[in-house]
Design a protein around this ligand. Sequence first.
Ligand code: 5AD
Ligand code: SF4
Ligand code: FES
Length: 355
Amino acid sequence: MNELIKKAEKTHNLSKDELVALLKNDSLDQEIFDAANRVRKKYVGDEVHLRGLIEFSNICRQNCLYCGLRRDNDKITRYRLEIDKAIEFAEKASSYGYKTVVLQSGEDSFYTVDKVKYLIGKIKSLDLALTLSIGEKTREEYEEYREAGADRYLLRIETTDRKLYEKLNPNMSFDNRVKCLKDIKELGYELGTGCMVGLPEQSIESLADDILFFKEMRADMIGIGPFIPNHNTPLSDSKGGTFEISLKVMALTRLILPDINIPATTAMETLNPKGRLIALQSGANVAMPNVTEGEYRKYYELYQGKICVNDTPAHCRSCITGKINSIGRIVSEEYGFRKKSCSCDCTSGGCCGDC
Ligand code: 5AD
Ligand code: SF4
Ligand code: FES
């Protein structure tokens, strides 16, 4: 086996140069995927955690160049769910056996702190773990949501290339993004972040930085997917990311952060019909089926070709269970919190021996 892969599998520690070397060498891909699969099995086992995704508003005040929900996109039909509707979807998710729901939306100021807190309270009373994915907020807001019962927060860094970040996210600041992630972590949420792969002008070196950043942030979950150009955005003519390189960034993330939760993302399956299954066999241990009902699904169009837009929550639930079982894995019946491999809070990724 390649020495670097061997080292990563054993120590969960690679330098930036070593990560770059692996990212640049296509002939090692399968070895990396297999090593990540072994590390996944050793640290987080064969169970796959399901998170039911509720996309409750596609209205966004931000204008990210890559995203179909961006403020200036007048080609999509906007919607926001009534709070009671979102609660109803969470109840249904619970009845389908989900133990976690993820509330995701654009940055929509209609949902005031009080409304979000009300929603959190209602969902927590259903005995569900709750993840929020509603964008950049003040530390005080994150604190209120945490106190109201939210367990996890997802906020992708998108890219750690500061210049690229600020080009792609007009009027947003890289420093503030990092501050949000630190606030979230300090407030005791499980922290989810991640990146897109294949953004215009994104370098291989910056992808290595992304992986090291996840470790530095002590992230508990990392979502990685290819950038898929959306026709209705300024990046419509971009090339976009490939399935293989996205999978490789994900697999390397598993090697460096052996005990975190890693979803097999929707964007992976958009580029490859077996994308989520391949991801689950290359380091991933989570899937996030959509539990939004009706026509809303197709309006949450981050990019075209998103999977499951015409399917029902019941169908997706049995579809994903079938797929997971077909590769000898099982759907977890637990909440799916991160099971840390050791008790110390160092940044080594694996066990540093100090615990
Ligand atoms: N291609 C792939 N992923 C995208 N996202 C937004 N737009 C796109 C796109 N065109 C991702 C971002 C965001 C998450 C909700 O969706 O990473 O954080
Ligand atoms: Fe809004 Fe998020 Fe899309 Fe940016 S990526 S436009 S913040 S929904
Ligand atoms: Fe939605 Fe397979 S998970 S159709």
